[in-house]
Design a protein around this ligand. Structure first.
Ligand code: C2E
Ligand code: CA
Ligand code: CA
Ligand code: CA
Length: 278
């Protein structure tokens, strides 16, 4: 060991130790957050590229930490997935989304369908029953709710995944495939799953219309989705140029900062009342 220099191995394990500690801290704080009602949902509008109107929204989890402020799900969802806490978290999200949908309906507001994100770990044989129970308690109709799932679930490819999806679809729910293009699924593959919407990942939207590769990928995804008669949503749209390219491709909807960031329920409600258009 060179004097004054930390050996690489020691450094590495110290870093891992820090990470493990951080995970433990987030995990225990997250349990408290659930109990203390520090979690909330934000809503990000999805707009039709044809009509310019808001045609949906995605519910995105936020954590209002008493000290750290608003914590991004990018920080705590992976921890929740690792520790299994995602199960409780996911149930809370479903419950809260349905409660909000019911509250809007009771206030006679015409709300577009709200999409909820599901982690692969929530996808077990009891899922349809749990979803049906939450919907029934809040008198939520299946057209008012959508579920977003990620590609990793398909790649796992087990028969029971298809069976669970079919059950959800039989209940009248529609499924969107999130972050499309980042996993390994192919066109042939997608046919096997009862998915009505594809969401192009932001990674491929970022370079539009200047990066040739991104353009080719976006074009391929849209062409393919059209052949499968799926709706296409582009995520992370930030510029007019991106929007223009996507519109020309025939993409159906966009979601992104260009139109709106994820916002609190009351702000989303106001946006709808005011009839904001693209
Ligand atoms: P996602 O499902 O891909 O959600 C889209 C993310 O992109 C959101 O980040 C959103 O705020 C962000 N975004 C939207 N438009 C733009 C844009 O124009 N530019 C940029 N730079 N970003 C944009 P967020 O809210 O931080 O969520 C991150 C991820 O955390 C989500 O990615 C999703 O995978 C996960 N997540 C969020 N809420 C939930 C939840 O309730 N359950 C589960 N299982 N996962 C969730
Ligand atoms: Ca999503
Ligand atoms: Ca996404
Ligand atoms: Ca994404």
């Amino acid at each position: 060991v060179v004097p004054g220099q930390v050996p690489a191995l020691l450094f590495y394990s110290e870093e891992m130790n820090q990470r493990a500690k951080e995970h433990l801290r987030i995990e225990s704080e997250l349990r408290l957050a659930l109990a203390n009602k520090e979690l909330l949902l934000y809503y990000q509008p999805k707009v039709s590229l044809r009509s310019g109107r808001i045609v949906g929204a995605e519910a995105l989890l936020r954590w209002r930490h008493p000290v750290r402020g608003l914590v991004s799900p990018g920080v705590f969802i992976p921890v929740a997935e690792e520790t299994g806490l995602i199960y409780e978290l996911g149930n809370w999200v479903l419950e809260e989304a349905c409660r909000q949908i019911a509250a809007w309906r009771d206030a006679n507001l015409m709300m577009p369908p709200i999409a909820v994100n599901l982690s692969a770990r929530q996808f077990d044989s009891h899922l349809p029953e749990r979803v049906a129970d939450v919907m029934a308690r809040h008198h939520v109709h299946p057209e008012q709710l959508m579920l977003e799932i990620t590609e990793s679930l398909l790649v796992r490819g087990a028969e029971n995944v298809i069976a669970i999806m079919n059950e959800l679809v039989a209940m009248g729910l529609s499924l969107a495939l999130d972050d499309f293009g980042t996993g390994y699924s192919s066109l042939a593959y997608l046919k096997k799953f009862p998915i009505s919407t594809l969401k192009i990942d932001r990674a491929f939207v970022v370079g539009l219309p200047f990066e040739e590769n991104d353009c080719a990928i976006a074009r391929a995804i849209v062409t393919m989705a059209k052949q499968l008669r799926q709706e296409i949503v582009a995520e992370g749209v930030e510029t007019i140029e991106q929007m223009g390219f996507l519109r020309e491709l025939g993409c159906d909807q966009l979601q992104g900062y260009l139109f709106s960031q994820p916002i609190a329920a009351a702000d989303f409600e106001r946006m709808l009342r005011e009839g904001k258009r693209l």
